[in-house]
Write a protein that binds this ligand. Structure first.
Ligand code: ADP
Ligand code: MG
Length: 653
């Protein structure tokens, strides 16, 4: 930016027009919103607080600063007429932050800086066509947004921003507007560092010249701002950073208030972890698990990562490296005096202190989760169930991507199983129920609980009374390939063709065959050949099954083939998904297979019947794919099923 002298002269009393979107925002703010008008104060205080924080940063590296000793604070004062006096009501908000030059005023107070304000506009446009919001209905919403500086015009007839930048060579300037089409910038005479916002209150907003009212609003919206806010002589906010208090001295209400001021979340947090310690590491941490994974559009903290403070100074608003990605839903504040202040935000990330802090925080969070999960009382268990529903996928992703974390995550996973009766259970409880001599943890992959419960792969497990984990969501498929072992047991997919299961008692095997017609091995072999012919390259092999009982077919993974879990995952994410090649196993005791073999034998010379056999083979294969969650498009089956039904309903003769 060039500020030659000629331009500086030009800046005397320079008039500018607001950009179109600001005009629109102003129009809405000025004409339509009254209900939550007080939030303008929150916005101005938050800007003042930002300016103070940014100044603190500058002070760490830059020693040439105007008023280096001035207190970092916000001062609010009012002017109102004495009885009978005919003067205006004024509200003045003053901070000793880093201030603005004339150029910065033009750049920062002439555009919509905050994405929240833009979102707000878009939402209003959607709801009301092109016109601005008609009334208070938007007022309920606006309080949730950071609409920023311009919200001042909900209460102001005129606004003067008078500022002196912290840079010694800068000149002070004033920005003046009545919230109409234009604003002007002119030189000012302010000599102390920071910004003053002089608000001439509208006739219908004069309560903001009342100090008592201002204090109420501060308590409600800005109580935890990290700098003192003086109203008149007295400090109006609690200010003490809540996380620096001893946990025993903080109430549930305060946690909730702090969380909601911090995030603008409507709901209270699902869980709060607050702890302080001085050795071996100085740490003050207040962490929250939000009730919901998805952020609403009104949310204030949208990026992952906790806020990192050192000695009460905000070093990083979002520090994603303190906790692993699979805990990135944790929000809150971590403050440590051991963090060096005089370093850039980037270089703080990889220090030994950061790793230690991360480890400590992570342990506490895990401990809290365990406490919730193991609690006797129902409310806590309910909370854990909610936690798992919202964040279980983070843990699954952690198993898949963070090898080092597996030992930590595996015992905390939850599964439905063939024996858990609709409850979620841990691996430890599965292991506790294992049959004698069972060395593997079995799992079945599928699209939902109902279909895996009927999976043909479960036949031999049901027969042997072995429990099977149900892996039924996309994140399970993502995790499954990474499931290797737990407590010296290996994980085994039930579709693994090479699985060895204990032999079944002989008589039981005979039982099922009682009322099925026997099938000669010759006609079964013929059927196998026929099926191979029909399916061709689409299957790796066709063979008799040793283990199927209630189901006619199943698909098993050939050895060394990519795991079913991987294929399933590809189906979720890939456009160009190819059906993986499997071995098709036929149950030679199942009526369908027996009948089909006989039909096949009898139909050798009959072209029409041959077609029927082919259709049935195709449908058996398609059904098996659906059962495996491998079918790219099950609706393709419908015309074939209709043809088969037409055949079956054709009158005999
Ligand atoms: P945001 O706070 O999200 O940036 P605002 O509309 O609230 O958006 O503020 C716009 C910009 O105006 C700020 O980014 C900042 O650059 C500037 N600003 C506002 N108030 C102050 C202040 N008190 N001191 C210094 N700069 C300020
Ligand atoms: Mg702001």
């Amino acid at each position: 930016m060039t500020t030659s002298e000629a331009e500086a002269v030009n800046h005397e009393q320079q008039q500018y027009s607001f950009k179109a979107e600001i005009k629109q925002l102003l129009d809405i703010l000025v004409h339509s919103l009254y209900k939550e008008r007080e939030i303008f104060l929150r916005e101005l205080i938050s800007n003042a607080s930002d300016a103070l924080t940014r100044l603190q940063f500058e002070m760490l590296t830059d020693h040439e600063i105007v008023d280096p000793k001035a207190e970092l604070a916000i001062h609010i004062s009012t002017q109102k007429p004495e009885e009978g006096e005919e003067v205006d009501h004024w509200l003045i908000i003053k901070d000793s932050g880093l201030g603005l030059t004339a150029d910065e005023m033009r750049d920062n107070l002439g555009v919509i800086a905050q994405s929240g304000a833009r979102e707000f506009l878009q939402k209003i446009k959607k709801q009301n066509g092109e016109g601005p919001a008609a009334n208070g209905s938007m007022g309920d919403v606006i309080g949730q947004f950071g609409v920023g500086f311009y919200s001042v015009f909900m209460a102001a007839e005129e606004v003067r921003v008078i500022s002196r930048s912290y840079r010694p060579e800068a000149e002070s300037a004033a920005w003046i507007s009545d919230g109409g089409e234009t604003y002007r910038i002119e030189p000012a005479a302010k000599t102390d560092r920071g910004t003053e916002i002089h608000i001439k209150l509208r006739a219908d907003a004069q309560e903001f010249a009342d100090e008592w009212h201002i204090r109420q609003v501060i308590r409600k919206h800005s109580d935890f701002v990290g700098y003192p806010i003086y109203v008149g002589e007295e400090q109006a906010n609690q200010q003490q950073s809540l996380w620096r208090k001893q946990p025993a001295n903080v109430t549930e209400e305060e946690y909730k208030g702090f969380y909601q001021q911090m995030t603008l979340d409507f709901e209270p947090p699902l869980s709060t972890v607050h702890f302080t310690s001085d050795a071996p590491l100085n740490i003050r941490a207040m962490l929250f698990i939000p009730a919901k994974r998805e952020k609403t559009m009104f949310a204030k903290r949208t990026e992952p990562g906790v806020m990192l403070y050192s000695k009460n100074v905000l070093i990083d608003e979002y520090c994603p490296d303190l906790l692993p990605k699979w805990l990135s839903f944790v929000d809150g504040v971590v403050d440590s005096e051991d963090l060096p202040l005089n370093v850039s935000r980037e270089s703080v990330q990889n220090t030994r202190i950061m790793r230690q802090l991360g480890k400590t925080v992570r342990k506490r969070v895990m401990r809290e989760l365990d406490k919730m999960a193991d609690a006797e009382d129902e409310a806590e268990q309910e909370k854990f169930a909610q936690f798992w529903e919202q964040y279980g996928r983070f843990f699954k992703e952690g198993v898949a991507t963070d090898f080092e974390a597996r030992d930590e995550i595996l015992p905390r996973l939850r599964f439905f199983t063939s024996k858990s009766a609709g409850e979620l259970v841990t691996l430890d409880s599965y292991i506790g129920r294992m049959a004698e001599g069972q060395n593997d943890i079995y799992y079945v992959l599928g699209d939902d609980l109902a279909s895996v419960a009927n999976s043909p792969h479960l036949d031999p497990f049901k027969a042997r009374d072995l429990e099977v984990l149900y892996l039924v969501d996309a994140f399970d498929a993502f995790m499954a390939p990474a499931l290797q072992g737990y407590k010296e047991k290996s994980f085994k997919n039930v579709d693994d063709g090479s699985l060895e299961l204990p032999e079944l008692a002989e008589e039981e095997g005979e039982d099922t065959a009682v009322d099925t017609p026997t099938l000669s091995s010759e006609s079964f072999t013929q059927l196998v050949e026929r099926v191979k012919e029909v399916l061709g390259e689409r299957v790796e092999d066709v063979r008799a099954s040793k283990i199927l009982r209630g189901s006619p077919t199943r698909l098993v993974s050939p050895e060394n083939s990519p795991n079913t879990a991987v294929s399933r995952l590809q189906r979720y994410i890939d456009q160009e998904y190819e059906i993986p090649k499997r071995i098709l196993e036929l149950n030679d005791k199942h009526p369908l297979v027996v009948n089909l073999a006989q039909l096949n034998e009898a139909a050798a010379a009959d072209a029409h019947q041959q077609e029927t056999v082919e259709l049935i083979v195709e449908q058996m294969f398609a059904s098996a794919l659906v059962q495996e969650g491998l079918h790219p498009n099950p609706t393709e089956m419908l015309p074939r099923i209709e043809r088969l039904m037409a055949m079956a309903t054709k009158p005999a003769g």
